[in-house]
Design a protein around this ligand. Sequence first.
Ligand SMILES: CCCCCCCCCCCCC/C=C/C(=O)SCCNC(=O)CCNC(=O)[C@H](O)C(C)(C)COP(=O)(O)OP(=O)(O)OC[C@H]1O[C@@H](n2cnc3c(N)ncnc32)[C@H](O)[C@@H]1OP(=O)(O)O
Length: 664
Amino acid sequence: MARYELVKRSVALITLTNPPVNALSSAVRHAMAKSMEQALNDPKVTAVVICGENGRFCGGADIREFAGPLRGPPLVPLLDAIEAGEKPVVAAIEGVALGGGFELALVCHYCIAHFKVNHFVLKIIKAVGMSRAAKPLSSRRVSMLTTPCPPDLDALLEVVTMEVKKKARGVMAPLACIQAVRAAATMPYSKGIKRESELMATLFNSGQARALQYCFFAQRTAGKWTLPSGAQWNNSKPREIRSAAIIGLGTMGRGIVVSLARVGISVIAVESEKKLLETGKQMVIGMLERDAKRRGVSASLNLLKFTLSLQDLKDVDLVIEAVFEDMALKKRVFQELSKVCRPATLLCTNTSGLDVDALAGVTDRPHLVVGMHFFSPAHVMKLLEVVCGPRSSSETIATAMSLGKRMGKVSVAVGNCPGFVGNRMLKPYMDQATFLLEEGATPEQIDKALEDFGFAMGVFRMSDLAGLDVGWRIRKESGLTGPDVDPKNPPRRRHGRRYCPIPDMVCEQGRFGQKTGRGWYMYDKPGGTNAKPDPLIQNLLEMYRSRYAIQPRNISDQEIIERCLFALANEGFRILEDGIAARPEDIDVIYLFGYGFPRHRGGPMFYASMVGLERVLERLEHYHQAHPDVPHLEPSPLLKKLVACGSPSVQTWREHIKTMHSHL
Ligand SMILES: CCCCCCCCCCCCC/C=C/C(=O)SCCNC(=O)CCNC(=O)[C@H](O)C(C)(C)COP(=O)(O)OP(=O)(O)OC[C@H]1O[C@@H](n2cnc3c(N)ncnc32)[C@H](O)[C@@H]1OP(=O)(O)O
């Protein structure tokens, strides 16, 4: 946990040895305390060097230990002892020094960054010896330093506080940091540290801390996919991908090209018409150049090729189809790819919800077909849903997951069903929002409740940004609205269920969101982003309610949150039952990285567990009783089962899921 060596008979070298990141676990703290004591008591030792094994100084406190009671020696007295010691201590920092690891570096009397210790220890000793001769150790103790306090500190912190409140709505830690900075600037060291400890204790015991710790591990768990066959992340070898092709240079295709090229993969981009190809090409080049400028590297334009011919794809390792969301069109593309590409080429689809297996079925290689569902804009959004069809091979899945990781994405393996995980859950969430409109709420009230909860954007502002016409087209194609609807069908029901036609009415007025300057809100101009409540929407809602004799009622923020988020989580439980997601962590990661779910709430499934599953069940039963024609409000069997089992912690739900036909 910490190795102690005497170098050149006078320098104690203490190496943290707690792979993978040398976190300060109780065992490490214990070993460090012992080593420091040994070094300070050994008269031969004139200086101490602390470093970390395997190129990493220290990743901070061991987050895994936060869940239980504090064991082993506490960190702060250990740090105090290092700082107050009479022998110079050097932090030789390689790689990361985070959290408690950074504090450890700060209390050392000297810090040397980017050093391979084992190689440079003599130089360090020499440097320390020289500094020591020049300066007494007391001047090297951070606690003795005075912190400059700007005269306008209050005004400065006020501005920062406002900014933080806007950017990190409802998040406690950044505000506590500001208070800690104030303490550092205005109090003597001992009082400032005490204040910081108080702030830390408040945060440490908060639900937000638990949620953030959960998110950290959930993100890392999500990459560890498994299949019912026993194939999994650590026994399936991915193929190396050197070249790829993207079909379709719309918004999604362009983002995917950029994501691939900037990690060094050669990309052939295909469009069906010259004009579209030229426009796409210019956009991609512009995006890559801006991206490279921001990162201070040269744009990898030499990796790109643009073509109108699928024949050019015959030698690529992998193809990602990103054409219009139309099954017939996609099938034609996949049939064509089967003929053109060499037999070993992987064929991937960026569909956001269509049947991946149906596409696999039209190819000559269903085992090499997999969904790679990127989120828009694909070069910015971190989430990638890897959709495993029933015939996708483990090598194919491993390759898609590993390619996602290489592109800097958080990849989550999901099963094949309409909408997969993310978009399938979105439907009940958005349905509740529109039902609440019918019942008396306004778009701005619903959005404010969701934004106060922590979402960067409420559901209506988000829909305006994404464009309302996409959903409208899908509803028309599936016969929910438009000329195909039987005129005898009651206007607010479809297939025996409640249906809200307000989104269709908004689209019928040509209001498609930001791009048309009008949607659920009004904007200064087409493409504008400043959303203002629109009296026309208010009129539309009033007319609608009077047409259907709906008596509007006051709806509380609590009801908005409960109906939208409990319906969302309820669908998550069904997804777990259906074996479309392997674990609640996967669902939460999808919502954190793909849908802006506030991180300090942990994700929809973790949030449900924090609220209490019993309470979620009780509220869903209540709302379902009030709205029996909304099946999404009917509590899922898994939720009921978990409550019956005493509401176990989210990390153990998997043990309670007995899925006959798991996709994962
Ligand atoms: C008055 C007080 C009252 C309360 C008293 C409580 C006392 C508790 C102790 C007091 C602590 C004092 C204050 C200090 C606080 C902290 O230090 S909090 C922790 C701060 N550190 C971090 O947040 C770092 C988190 N880690 C990372 O950002 C990254 O992991 C990395 C270090 C940059 C490495 O990244 P990468 O190379 O991409 O690898 P990963 O895949 O992310 O990680 C590899 C595996 O390592 C595990 N891991 C990483 N960091 C930690 C950690 N700090 N603790 C435990 N485990 C860690 C990670 O889960 C991966 O594991 P596997 O998935 O199993 O491989």
